[in-house]
Design a protein around this ligand. Structure first.
Ligand SMILES: Nc1nc2c(c(=O)[nH]1)N[C@H]1C(S)=C(S)[C@@H](COP(=O)(O)OP(=O)(O)OC[C@H]3O[C@@H](n4cnc5c(=O)[nH]c(N)nc54)[C@H](O)[C@@H]3O)O[C@H]1N2
Ligand SMILES: Nc1nc2c(c(=O)[nH]1)N[C@H]1C(S)=C(S)[C@@H](COP(=O)(O)OP(=O)(O)OC[C@H]3O[C@@H](n4cnc5c(=O)[nH]c(N)nc54)[C@H](O)[C@@H]3O)O[C@H]1N2
Ligand SMILES: [Mo]
Length: 692
């Protein structure tokens, strides 16, 4: 007999889980359950990266899970699209109708059906397993999942060979850390712990970010460059490394490709030129080069933590390429505490084909739709280039009406009366308001999953801590049942979650150890590129990429200016970036009262000079606008914004904002140089006082 069966009152247990959110940290969780109710979610002290601490958001997980507005039953639309009027229906009624609608479309052309999903959960099972098998069986359109990391990811692949880099724990031993395009304290807290260890040991920390972020406050130096100018800064640094001969010639010769050509290009970027493009001083470029270059010459270790913030601009892919080249110039890779980390996800042996079963396409090659241009694409008619118009959307793990660029078009697309939309959700988000059916999904506390990570190299397992609330079901279960309702008979469409969890890594990760401990550390080298061995075609760090050249692109990285570069004559003279708000995760948590309370209202940070020029005072309601639209929020006059740049902290639910819109009303659907990613931070605006 176990303790719980004879304990009369409040049997309590702790369940091992994993944080599902789109964050580099992928924490190991301990959920305390009493009488079937999750009463506390804590960081697992036994997991080295989590080290027993969580961010404010996830430590509020019970509040989110038991939120009075959780969707707990299937809902069917009864009012106009967007009005948010629904009635409760049974699972069987909902799934029968959805199956009939999809069947009718699929008979004509399955490509008129589009799945739209991202990283609401990063779980390998509740993400793309049964869902992918279902859409592959139908032959539905393929979604290009570009919304976050496509440009930087491709930049890494064409330089280092994959989403690989330093192991995060060794930042604690670095002597110099450049925190580049990352507000780590807000969005990568468990990396910050290592950086802070290094700082206590005497390391120098430098933050490179247009915004004076919470992280910039805690670094020794802050370089507030203009958005989208990181490539120019990296070239200016290379120029100085060459001029001062802070180079590791042996490393360059043995382990890199294309040095002569890169050297020639970098020599065209004296510090004055780079500084003029970046909106900083030549001394800042020179000073940074001295700290970064001379340090390795003196036997110290130099590390770079990049994050995806810097690649949400036209030249994002090239900027990541240039920065990823830097460690090879100075031989920083020779030690485990030197090099660069943008993402570690390439280290995970995920058995993607086993999970997603592309073989179910049976030779068909459905067209692709880019999730970053969903606004335009929902409004496109059938054509030979595009294929059929999109007639049905199945949205899960994402809130496109809030997070996709150029919301006016996204909303117009979702409002189409002839579009059939199903949304699997926890809450009635901006997107769910436009659904024909909302299906209640379980949260991480209610289902099984297996995880990889992009900010460390541990695989994790999530056990359900509580039974599903109401009639909620895991995404996998919803797609299994939908497949049955559609008469799809391949047995793999009915694999259960336990089987899927095992398939996620197959034999590549010890599943019993995952079950027992909740995490398994991958066996990756400590100093991965100390002797070259880059996973590129040449095995070297590719300054020059034959693969890019073969596509007709520049084989060498270069500075690529923003689509929307500020000119004093422009009607929209301010550059707007919209980085994450600390208490939200993209648009998740915006409806959690305690966190919403901490953020207050949608804010636009403005430099005092820009505010004064427009007669705007702190706390005023302002209208932020450009040709794509207009958005109202509260002005926060602050030196967190540099002159000429405004920071619209994201991503609020539209319906919780001041006038039913959010920052994405202003952002554009233009794409990045590499990877076809969105350019959220490449956006010009003007700001005016709203006179009440
Ligand atoms: N609290 C919280 N944590 C998060 C998220 C969140 O929304 N909230 N989002 C998660 C997601 S989806 C991701 S992808 C990751 C990483 O997400 P990122 O968006 O990289 O997260 P941050 O590190 O907060 O923000 C990037 C930083 O880049 C800066 N920045 C903007 N433009 C430029 C530029 O052109 N150059 C440079 N050098 N810097 C620029 C911004 O001011 C900001 O401080 O974080 C995850 N973690
Ligand atoms: N202006 C601007 N826009 C941005 C960004 C920015 O910095 N500025 N950041 C961009 C980035 S980096 C990203 S990654 C995207 C993120 O965009 P999304 O991936 O859409 O992320 P979220 O807004 O967090 O929405 C995720 C939704 O999934 C739901 N969800 C969570 N778990 C489950 C589950 O198990 N099942 C189901 N069915 N649903 C679940 C949540 O309730 C939530 O509503 O946003 C992008 N948009
Ligand atoms: Mo992201």
């Amino acid at each position: 007999m176990t303790a719980t069966t004879f304990s009369a009152s409040a049997p309590s247990s702790q369940i091992l889980g994993a944080c599902p959110h789109d964050c580099p940290d992928t924490c190991s969780l301990l959920t305390t359950v009493q009488n079937g109710v999750a009463i506390k979610v804590q960081g697992n002290p036994a997991h080295p990266h989590t080290a027993g601490s969580l961010c404010t958001k996830v430590s509020r997980y019970p509040e989110r899970t038991y939120h009075p507005e959780r969707i707990l039953h299937p809902l069917k639309r009864i009012g106009p699209k967007g009005s948010g009027q629904f009635e409760r229906v049974s699972w069987d009624a909902a799934l029968s109708d959805i199956a009939a609608r999809l069947q009718e479309i699929a008979t004509r052309d399955p490509q008129a059906i589009l799945p739209y999903s991202y990283a609401g959960t990063m779980g390998l099972v509740q993400g793309e397993s049964i869902a992918a098998r279902f859409f592959n069986t139908l032959g539905a359109s393929h979604l290009e999942r570009t919304i976050c990391a496509a440009a930087g990811g491709e930049g890494l692949v064409h330089t280092l060979g994959g989403k690989v880099g330093m192991r995060v724990e060794f930042f604690a031993e670095s002597d110099v850390i450049l925190i580049w395009g990352s507000n780590s304290i807000s969005s990568n807290l468990h990396f910050w712990r290592y950086a802070n260890d290094a700082k206590r040991r005497g390391a120098k920390l430098i933050c490179i970010d247009p915004r004076k972020s919470e992280t910039a406050d805690k670094c020794h130096q802050h370089i507030a460059l203009l958005p989208g100018t990181d490539g120019a800064l990296a070239l200016g640094l290379m120029h100085e490394l060459i001029q001062n001969d802070w180079l590791d010639h042996d490393y360059l010769e043995r382990y890199t490709l294309g040095w002569e050509a890169l050297r020639e290009r970098a020599l065209q970027w004296p510090p004055e030129r780079a500084a003029a493009v970046c909106g900083i001083t030549a001394e800042q470029v020179q000073g940074l080069a001295r700290i970064y270059g001379a340090c390795v010459h003196n036997g110290q270790k130099a590390a770079i933590r990049m994050n995806y913030g810097l690649q949400r601009v036209h030249g994002g892919g090239n900027a990541v390429r240039l920065i990823a080249c830097l460690p090879a110039l100075i031989g920083a890779w020779r030690t485990r505490a030197g090099g660069v980390l943008l993402s570690s996800s390439g280290a995970f042996p995920v058995q993607k084909a086993a999970l997603q079963r592309p073989d179910l396409l049976a030779g068909r090659t459905p067209r692709s739709v880019n999730m970053a241009t969903i606004g335009d694409d929902l409004l496109r008619e059938a054509s030979p280039e595009f294929g059929p118009a999109i007639e049905a959307l199945m949205v899960y793990n994402s809130n496109p009406v809030a997070i996709a660029p150029e919301s006016a078009k996204v909303v117009q697309g979702f409002a189409r009366e002839d579009l059939f939309t199903v949304v699997l959700e926890h809450f009635q988000t901006d997107t769910a308001d436009y659904a024909d059916y909302i299906l209640p999904a379980t949260t991480q506390l209610e289902h099984w999953d297996v995880h990889s990570a992009y900010g460390h190299t541990d695989a994790l397992l999530n056990r359900p801590a509580i039974a599903p609330l109401g009639e909620a079901k895991p995404n996998t279960q919803i797609f299994r049942e939908l497949a049955r309702h559609m008469g799809l008979t391949d047995p793999c469409l009915q694999d259960n979650d336990a089987a899927l969890c095992r398939q996620a890594y197959g034999d590549a990760v010890n599943f019993d150890a995952l079950l027992a401990n909740g995490f398994v550390t991958l066996d990756t080298p400590e100093a991965p590129f100390s002797q070259g061995k880059f996973p590129t075609p040449s095995g070297k760090c590719e300054f020059f990429s034959e693969r890019l050249a073969a596509r007709g692109l520049d084989g060498l990285p270069d500075h690529v200016p923003n689509h929307e570069a500020a000119h004093s004559s422009s009607a929209y003279p301010l550059a707007m970036i919209s980085p994450p708000a600390r208490n939200f995760l993209n648009s998740s948590f915006v409806n959690v009262k305690s966190l919403q309370h901490s953020e207050g209202e949608p804010l636009l940070e403005m430099h005092p000079v820009d505010a004064a020029a427009r007669g705007i005072a702190d706390g005023d309601t302002v209208r932020v606008f450009n040709d794509r639209g207009s958005y109202q929020c509260r002005a926060r006059i602050s030196v967190r914004a540099r002159a000429g740049v405004v920071n619209g902290l994201g991503v609020w639910w539209r319906k919780l904002g001041l006038n039913g819109t959010n920052v994405n009303q202003l952002t554009s659907q233009r794409l990045t140089d590499l990877g076809r990613g969105p350019t959220f931070y490449d956006c010009l605006v003007e700001v005016a006082l709203v006179v009440s």
